[in-house]
Design a protein around this ligand. Structure first.
Ligand code: FAD
Length: 564
């Protein structure tokens, strides 16, 4: 199928995409003395990874054990197994729990990254092997000055991962402020001052030079690649794979309209995200209701590598799954805003078009987003659902783009246009075209039990993860408070995602598998280009990047022939 005499570029390892998994693969291969080329379709590197919270979920890391956490790979395995059942091969799960800690250690040696385990509870801590913290890891902050010209070439943080959509905060600072733990006002002042006092950068634009989360993670990985002189070619998208004698030996890519034939002597690692931004692939694979508008991912993940791999006979799995999330779509923003934590705060509920609650609003965004899809019906539509809150909530807590303490008129027009308000619950229902009697009854019923700290219908506040984003000052249940103080507010919420999680089926070495479940020589898939090792589940914060980076590390080592 290919003609080896006409290569435009030759390299040992071709890494496709520039998210955290892809860059981890590139660093790993480069450390092992392979020549590496990274190609990225868009004009900025980092993918959704750079724009993300940058958290990594890895059970039983050395860093966590050193900090005193009680955890073992066996417990990590048991927990993932409890969540995935028979959806994922055991050897892939073992590869993840064994290689995840090794990947963190490797990156601490090979780059300037340092990982800190944080007391962030697993999303299903009650299951066998579940933990109340220290599996989610945060990485060290970096000053943008250290990145030089790469700062502008790296995709910026998603607004939903920053204070007021623009001010970076660390994992601890955000949790402290959102749930208003003791000392939150001091932290707020510090975070705002850190941002405002960088006068030269403020004159340049709104983006902060204090980089945390995915920007710090990807930024430090890119620095390591620079040190190893690994080229990262922007505006260069893979279009197809080239097979010779049953082995993937290269790829075609387009760059500024021209086709490049790239030879990869030791392997191609596909880390080009999912297909969440392609309407046709969504409609063909994801359950309805679905829309590209409801994805919080950056816009370039259109499943190109999935299609290219399918075209040469790669098997796929989990194509009907995503990392789901309830989202708010602000008209003038290119990406939806996930409601990661707001739904757990006391004094809000979410209802369908029948004016009825239909879930524990404090469940993880994945569980809540999936529930929105599963519960959609002609008589009780969930797209949109409405998140309803009162004046007390409005004054205390954020809800998507609507910020507490900031009056309505100070919000952008596009945000104000979304926020519906009324003097009574019945009037609010009328504005939302929901049945007023049903919504009034829903709120009254919720209020009556919330006063006792109970949610007999959905058990909100019963699980450890529910309470993580509760307000500890609200007792007996930090997730429940009645909605009583007018005006009453509503925002439309859609069943969105932060990326798809179905893709190319891989083995424990991250090798792509054919329909006969045998490895396709020379081809690897990682991150959201691969079918997730987490099956249809979402175990905890960082469970997408943890595997993306771990299997990036695993794939590169396999491709360059490192066994230890
Ligand atoms: P990406 O990081 O999106 O990288 C894919 C790259 O491939 C993109 O740059 C894309 O342009 C490029 N590409 C696409 N097609 C081609 C092609 N044909 N050729 C070359 N390049 C191509 N997950 C966590 O684990 N922890 C978190 O804290 C977290 N926080 C999040 C916060 C937000 C606001 C959002 C939206 C998501 C968050 N996620 C988090 C999810 C996580 O960011 C994604 O699941 C993850 O980044 C996917 O990684 P990836 O490498 O598969 O894709």
């Amino acid at each position: 199928m290919g003609n080896e005499t006409t290569w435009d570029i030759e390299t040992d390892i071709l890494v496709v995409g520039s998210g955290a998994g892809a860059l981890t693969a590139a660093v790993t291969a480069a450390v092992h003395h392979a020549s590496v080329l990274v190609i990225e379709k868009s004009d900025q590197f980092g993918g959704t990874s750079a724009t993300s919270g940058g958290a990594l979920w890895v059970p039983a890391s050395r860093q966590a054990l050193a900090a005193g956490a009680q955890d073992t790979p066996e417990e990590g395995f048991a927990y993932i197994k409890a969540l995935t059942g028979h959806a994922v091969a055991d050897d892939r799960i073992w590869a993840y729990v064994k290689q995840g800690p090794a990947m963190l250690d490797f990156l601490e040696r090979a780059t300037s990254l340092k990982f800190t385990p944080i007391p962030y509870t697993d999303y299903h801590a009650e299951l066998p092997g579940g933990k109340l913290g220290y599996r989610t890891h945060d990485c060290n902050q970096i000053d943008a000055a250290g990145l030089g010209a790469d700062f502008d070439r790296m995709r910026a943080t998603h607004p939903s991962a920053m204070l007021f959509g623009v001010i970076p905060w660390t994992m601890y600072e955000s949790a402290q402020m959102i749930t208003q733990m003791p000392g939150w006002q001091k932290t707020l002042a510090k975070v705002v001052w850190r941002y405002a006092s960088d006068i030269p950068q403020r004159l340049r634009g709104p983006r902060s030079r204090f980089l945390v989360f995915g920007n710090a993670l990807v930024g430090r990985l890119k620095l390591a690649l620079n040190e190893k002189s690994v080229p990262l070619q922007l505006n260069c998208g893979l279009t197809s794979l080239i097979v010779q004698n049953g082995r993937v030996v290269g790829a075609n890519a387009t760059r500024h309209g021209a086709t490049l034939r790239i030879a990869a002597r030791r392997g191609i690692i596909l880390g080009a995200g999912g297909f969440e931004r392609d309407g046709t692939l969504r409609a063909a694979n994801l359950p309805p209701p679905t829309s590209t508008d409801w994805s919080a991912s950056q816009p370039y993940n259109t499943g190109d590598c999935l299609t290219a791999a399918q075209n040469i006979g790669a098997a796929t799995d989990l194509l009907n799954e995503a990392w789901w999330a309830p989202v708010i779509k602000v008209a003038d923003e290119p990406r939806a805003r996930p409601l990661f934590y707001e739904r757990a705060l006391p004094g809000c509920i979410m209802v369908n078009s029948a004016g009825r609650r239909y879930m524990n609003e404090a469940a993880s965004y994945h569980v809540a987003g999936k529930r929105m899809i599963e519960d959609d019906s002609p008589d009780a539509g969930t797209a949109p659902s409405w998140v309803i809150f009162d004046a007390r909530f409005r004054g205390l807590y954020p809800m998507g783009p609507v910020m507490p303490k900031i009056p309505d008129w100070m919000h952008r027009r596009a945000v104000r246009d979304l926020l519906v308000q009324a003097g009574t619950v019945a009037e609010l229902a009328a504005q939302l075209k929901l049945p007023p009697a049903a919504l009034t009854e829903t709120v009254e019923k919720f209020n009556a039990s919330a006063k006792r700290g109970e949610d007999p219908e959905f058990g909100r506040g019963h699980q450890a993860y529910d309470r993580y984003y509760g307000d500890a000052r609200v007792q007996p249940n930090p997730n429940l408070y009645p909605l009583e103080k007018p005006p009453f507010y509503a925002l439309p919420v859609y069943p969105g995602d932060i990326g798809t999680k179905g893709g190319i089926l891989t083995d424990a070495n991250a090798q792509a598998l054919g329909h006969d479940h045998r490895p396709i020589a020379g081809l690897y898939a990682i991150g959201n280009t691969a079918a997730s090792v987490m099956g249809a589940s979402y175990p905890g914060a960082g469970a997408t990047l943890g595997p993306a980076m771990t299997f990036g590390y695993v794939a590169a080592r396999h491709a360059v022939g490192v066994n230890e």
